[in-house]
Design a protein around this ligand. Structure first.
Ligand code: FAD
Length: 316
């Protein structure tokens, strides 16, 4: 510990995806000396595959998710003022397929309202309109990494096999799906998601249709491309895009957003969402040293990142 009454510590964050980097940035801003140890380059993380729309999906418990999500929504909204962050505020529609949709997330979203019939895609019975942050993860992760470095965070590319081998007064484990093995926790489950990125035909907004009878469907324009998804297959671990799955994704998306028909495919990806019965955010002792766990964000790592980072700083 530094000689400042114990308020400043040497903290090592294991993991350099959106969760680890956001924690590292906030810890450095709080005055700690921070090092990140990450096995992969940011471009090779699950975070780089995210669409990424601010929206809670496959993360629990609802009460904490709402609190972390609301905080993140405020920060991302502020970041949208700076083009370099890759964050934009964009209107869009959440499609509802049930008579009484559960808008539990709406508490965090100012100004959401029922969609008018002309705002709904073909075949959608109802929906909610709102403006939310859309995060271009290529630019955002680059910005986040640069923000970490300018706050004094050292980022080291290395695989951690045992926490005992990691230096620091306090450790933060934010290694996504591979956090569990470091902490003897086997409750993590990959939820595989496939996306295809098309040239953006100039779509004015995003679309989210979670309960589409043909399968999860979302369309998230980012200016130069549009992320089209998706799938959510619990337990699947493959990382290769499946052409048949892609064909079905495109069919669903084009029937809802016909402007996408014929848009050239720019790239495709598969990512494994780090799901868990609940997000783990707690403090334990490992070999007598404090370890803060922050993982299991499922399909909401971007959506919860700033709120969770605040809690991690408080626990450190
Ligand atoms: C198709 C798809 C779409 C998505 N869309 C959205 C969306 O619209 N909005 C949203 O909020 N979320 C979305 N998500 C979810 C989001 O991507 C994840 O919740 C988020 O990326 C998790 O971030 P993370 O930092 O915990 O994990 P990761 O991004 O997986 O990062 C883990 C980090 O830990 C490192 N690491 C792992 N093991 C070790 C080790 N042993 N030693 C050292 N380093 C290690 C890795 O190298 C990496 O740096 C989507 C996910 C997918 C797959």
């Amino acid at each position: 510990m530094a000689d400042d009454g114990g308020r400043s510590a040497r903290v090592t964050v294991v993991g350099g995806g959106v969760v680890g980097l956001t924690c590292a940035l906030q810890l450095a801003r709080a005055g700690h000396t921070v090092e990140v140890r990450a096995a992969d380059a940011v471009a090779d993380t699950t975070s780089a595959v995210a669409a990424a729309l601010w929206f809670p999906y496959r993360a629990f418990p609802a009460e904490s998710v709402l609190r972390w999500g609301a905080r993140t929504l405020t920060v991302l909204t502020d970041l949208a003022d700076d083009e370099a962050t890759g964050v934009r505020l964009l209107p869009g529609t959440v499609v509802h397929r049930t008579p009484e949709p559960d808008l539990w997330w709406g508490e965090a979203v100012v100004g959401h309202r029922p969609a008018t019939p002309d705002e709904l895609p073909a075949g959608a019975p109802a929906g909610t309109r709102c403006t939310l942050p859309v995060v271009d993860m290529r630019r955002y992760l680059t910005w986040l990494l640069a923000a970490c470095r300018s706050a004094g965070v050292e980022v080291v590319t290395t695989q951690v096999d045992r926490l005992s081998a990691v230096p620091g007064d306090v450790l933060v484990v934010a290694a996504g799906l591979r956090s569990g093995p470091l902490l003897d926790d086997d409750t993590g489950v990959p939820v595989q998601g496939q996306v295809v990125r098309l040239a953006d035909p100039g779509l004015p907004g995003w679309l989210l249709d979670e309960d589409n009878p043909a399968g999860l469907t979302y369309v998230v324009p980012r200016g130069d491309d549009v992320v089209v998804g998706g799938t959510a297959v619990a337990g699947a671990t493959g990382r290769e895009p499946d052409p048949e799955v892609e064909r079905a994704i495109l069919e669903r998306a084009c029937s809802l957003v016909p402007e996408l028909r014929g848009a050239p495919v720019l790239s495709r990806a598969v990512g494994l969402r780090p799901a868990r019965p609940t997000v783990r955010l707690d403090r334990t002792l490992v070999d007598g040293r404090p370890v803060i766990a922050c993982y299991g964000h499922g399909g909401s790592g971007v959506t919860l990142s700033w709120g969770c980072a605040d809690d991690v700083v408080a626990l450190v």
